[in-house]
Design a protein around this ligand. Structure first.
Ligand SMILES: [Zn+2]
Ligand SMILES: [Zn+2]
Length: 261
């Protein structure tokens, strides 16, 4: 079942404004290459959970069933999830979707429009509602998708309005993390408070990473939490430049943006 969506009509800036009545937002990293808590499985992939008082949103599903085992250890019930968003088609982000839908198919799944038909059919086969994201769109109150960005590997990122400011969560940042930050800033006409997730800098040179860090500063990003495919080198450089505004992100990490101010 494909649903009608509130899509951004005009691709120019400021399509959405952060609405009033923002409740406390809590982000829990469920799966990552590293862990911030003992007893959790780690591996190449990413998955996190966003609770904003209205909806419980799962962003990416890791490479397979392992994120479900981590959810159990973190006392997160799959049945409590209302919305699933897949950043892009790669297995380290979308691989666990089938296992999740076996547990809970009463969800709305947002996936990039460019997803192959066989995967869309799979979602439909579980009876889950599906939204194909092309341009930026509103997912629920104060939660948005950037729409699918990039050329070769199309990817959407999640933008969450929080009491501290917009939080941007990237899956693997194939379109380029700076491009994604710019898109999020334009979408809400507001500087991004925290950028977290995969920055895809594992194989980048120090020179390139330096340019990205200064672009973050120019764009007014306050906090950063690079993880997954960001790479040790980039994580170290971001930590050096952001100092106390650098957040170590890994499985089990809980971030309350309101507490960071
Ligand atoms: Zn990827
Ligand atoms: Zn990835």
């Amino acid at each position: 079942m494909i649903l009608e969506i509130n899509e951004c009509e005009d691709a120019s800036s400021g399509c959405f404004a952060i609405g009033g009545g923002i409740k406390k937002v809590q982000i829990t990293v469920v799966y990552d290459n590293n862990a911030c808590k003992e007893g959790l499985e780690v591996g190449w992939g990413f998955s996190c959970l966003v609770r904003n008082g209205e909806k419980t949103i799962l962003f990416d599903t890791g490479p397979g069933r392992s994120f479900l085992r981590n959810m159990e250890r973190l006392a997160i019930e799959p049945e409590s999830i209302d919305i699933v968003i897949l950043s892009h088609v790669h297995g380290d982000h979308a691989g666990g979707l089938g296992s999740f839908l076996e547990k809970n198919c009463e969800v709305r799944v947002y996936l990039p429009k460019s997803f192959p038909k066989r995967l869309k059919d799979k979602v439909a086969g579980y009876g889950a509602k599906m939204v194909e994201a092309e341009r930026s769109l509103e997912i629920c109150e104060n939660v948005y998708s950037t729409g699918q960005l990039g050329r070769l590997i199309k990817e959407q990122a999640l933008v969450v309005g929080t009491e501290a400011g917009p939080v941007l969560i990237a899956g693997c940042a194939h379109p380029g993390i700076v491009k994604i930050v710019k898109a999020a800033k334009e979408l809400l006409e507001h500087e991004v408070f925290l950028v977290m997730g995969g920055f895809h800098l594992e194989w980048s040179t120090r020179g390139k990473i330096k340019k990205i860090i200064s672009a973050f500063k120019d764009l007014g990003v306050t906090y950063v939490g690079p993880c997954h495919c960001s790479g040790d080198k980039a994580q170290g450089m971001f930590e050096k430049h952001f100092g106390e505004d650098y957040i170590e992100v890994g499985a089990g990490r809980v971030i309350r943006p309101g507490d960071l101010q």
